[in-house]
Design a protein around this ligand. Structure first.
Ligand SMILES: Nc1ncnc2c1ncn2[C@@H]1O[C@H](COP(=O)(O)OP(=O)(O)OP(=O)(O)O)[C@@H](O)[C@H]1O
Ligand SMILES: [Mg+2]
Length: 263
């Protein structure tokens, strides 16, 4: 087996890269796929933080400093997901050599179906490596102009290094009436929207419990969207989203049957 490697990038900070990496990874693992998520945001690491792994002694920092074997830096997440966090100390960041990432990936790629890399924001020199090691890049974008502009820069960078953008995860949808619509996002970025993820307060509530929203609130709107994204990446068909009016009608029908007889 050789893992399919997706790097989750955005350009602008705070778009939802870590949230997407954690929840997509958890869903892929839940589908029975051997999945590893890796925090390549070695300066501002927070993948471990959202999963309660911040006290881990051996992290990607030690691996990239040549002080530890990568297998000792991999921890268990939900659904059998494997997690390779980065450390949170500044010293650890300074000691790390980001160029060793390619080598680390080479050691892991045979062990998984999917590897998801949480990329740093921006287009720094160190940020190029996570883009270069990907088979394909997934852009996380919010429906607002500065997020789109920065995502476009990232896309140009990805193409400059002969990598490809697979598509867009449009995150935090539904906050304002003025937000940019799907078609415009697709035409500006010349990329397909793989999935829209709604604005959902459960995302923050779940991270307070150091648990992905798909585990803590599996029926919440964002969780359903993350599950759909995972299923589509894994090539698994999911039924179309239920039409709420039909659900309501079904309930009324059932109630009528219960009150007035019938089956
Ligand atoms: N769909 C959503 N609904 C509500 N809140 C969200 C959603 N997605 C992400 N958030 C919140 O937005 C914040 C930023 O998300 P996240 O940390 O995933 O972004 P990031 O792109 O990894 O940021 P950074 O560039 O700093 O690494 C977090 O507080 C997260 O809980
Ligand atoms: Mg992040």
């Amino acid at each position: 087996m050789t893992a399919k490697v997706y790097t989750i990038a955005s350009g602008k900070g705070g778009a939802g890269k870590t949230t997407t990496t954690v929840n997509l990874g958890t869903c892929l693992a839940g589908l029975g796929k051997k999945t590893l998520i890796l925090d390549a945001d070695i300066g501002m690491a927070n993948l471990g933080l959202v999963l309660g792994l911040e006290k881990s002694e051996v992290t990607l920092h030690e691996v990239l400093a040549g002080k530890a074997d990568v297998k000792n830096a991999i921890y268990d997440g939900p659904n059998g997901l494997k997690v390779l966090p980065s450390g949170i100390s500044l010293q650890g960041f300074q000691n790390s050599n980001p160029e060793m990432l390619t080598n680390v990936m080479g050691k892991l790629v045979e062990n998984y179906d999917y590897m998801l890399i949480d990329a740093p924001a921006g287009i720094s020199k160190d940020g190029v490596i996570p883009l270069a090691v990907a088979d394909e890049v997934i852009l996380v974008v919010n429906p607002e102009i500065s997020s789109l502009a920065d995502a476009l820069k990232t896309k140009v960078l990805v193409e400059m290094i002969d990598s490809t953008v697979m598509g867009v995860v449009l995150n935090r949808v539904g906050t304002t009436a003025t937000e940019i619509g799907n078609q415009k996002v697709e035409s500006l970025l010349d990329s397909k929207i793989l999935q829209s993820i709604p604005e959902d307060p459960n995302v923050r509530n779940a991270s307070a419990f150091r648990t992905p929203v798909v585990v803590k609130y599996p029926e919440s709107p964002s969780s359903i969207a993350f599950k759909r994204l995972a299923a589509s990446l894994a090539g698994i068909e999911m039924p179309d989203e239920p039409d709420k009016s039909q659900v309501k009608e079904g309930f009324v029908d059932r109630l009528a049957r219960a009150l007035f007889g019938g089956i």
